[in-house]
Design a protein around this ligand. Structure first.
Ligand SMILES: CC(C)(COP(=O)(O)OP(=O)(O)OC[C@H]1O[C@@H](n2cnc3c(N)ncnc32)[C@H](O)[C@@H]1OP(=O)(O)O)[C@@H](O)C(=O)NCCC(=O)NCCS
Length: 228
């Protein structure tokens, strides 16, 4: 299933995407931990642009507020997320303005997803955290309901996972979902992740403690599943 879904995708050109290091610097994966942290900030303050068959992944911009509000205000979309639905479009505008500052400081690691066929801003995906001591990162994602069930999120995750393993040199990628989020579980399975742990009542979200499932994929598993 994994290869069937992703086999049409090419390895992204990181140089073209604008994330090559300064000439005298070693590749990211060979840097010491302290330098990695500095370099991560540089990379994400000018977040590289990726393209898949149906999507462009790029920096989230001020003009994306209408597309973002559409899903951020949707109770079905936010049901299993840690953040509350946006009540007004102004809230979304403020959120995007805040994201601009976080990008500039290299402290935000999400791509905006644009559906090429109609140019709509349909969701976001990216890294929620990095553990540079253990060389592990975590991914997270959200997609507008009108685009569910088309395989778009596994497609978006492909260059991001390639970036995490191939360019950033992480050893493992993790993702977590809350009890009941069968769609998200399916996405994780489709990109080749396997169940790693279950934490019963492991996180307090909105109105109570929820069980949280962690899935993950190792570098070896990712590489062995990809056609080259
Ligand atoms: C989770 C999410 C990103 C999935 O993205 P997507 O692009 O629609 O994913 P896919 O198209 O691969 O579809 C997911 C799979 O779930 C399956 N699915 C749908 N409803 C399901 C259900 N109730 N139970 C089990 N599987 C279900 C679909 O059939 C599909 O599998 P298939 O392609 O083998 O048929 C999207 O639903 C979303 O944004 N949800 C709200 C935000 C969210 O929960 N984010 C994740 C937080 S951990």
């Amino acid at each position: 299933m994994f290869c069937k879904v992703l086999s049409f995708l090419k390895k992204p050109d990181f140089k073209k995407a604008g994330c090559e290091p300064a000439e005298e610097e070693p590749e990211f994966k060979y840097l010491a931990k302290s330098k990695k942290s500095k370099r991560l900030k540089e990379i994400f303050s000018a977040i590289p642009k990726f393209e898949t068959k149906r999507l462009v992944l790029r920096r989230i911009e001020e003009g994306d507020y209408a597309g973002m509000f559409e899903y951020s205000a949707d109770l079905d979309v936010t049901k299993f997320l840690v953040w509350k639905p946006h009540a007004t479009i102004d809230e979304t505008k403020k959120h995007i303005a805040e994201l601009q500052k976080r990008y500039e400081n290299g402290q935000f690691y999400d791509w905006g997803m644009v559906y090429k066929e109609n140019g709509s801003f349909v969701g976001t995906c990216g890294f929620t955290s990095f553990d540079l001591s253990r060389n592990i990162c975590e991914v997270g994602y959200v997609l507008s309901k009108n685009y569910w069930g088309m395989g778009l999120m596994p497609e978006a995750l492909d260059p991001i996972m390639e970036f995490a393993f191939g360019y950033l040199g992480f050893e493992k990628i993790e993702a977590r979902f809350l009890d009941g989020n069968a769609r998200s579980k399916k996405v994780m399975e489709k990109v080749g992740m396997i169940h790693e742990k279950t934490e019963h009542k492991g996180i307090f979200v909105k109105d109570g403690y929820k069980t949280v499932y962690t899935y993950s994929i190792s570098r070896e598993a990712f590489e062995s599943r990809r056609p080259r």
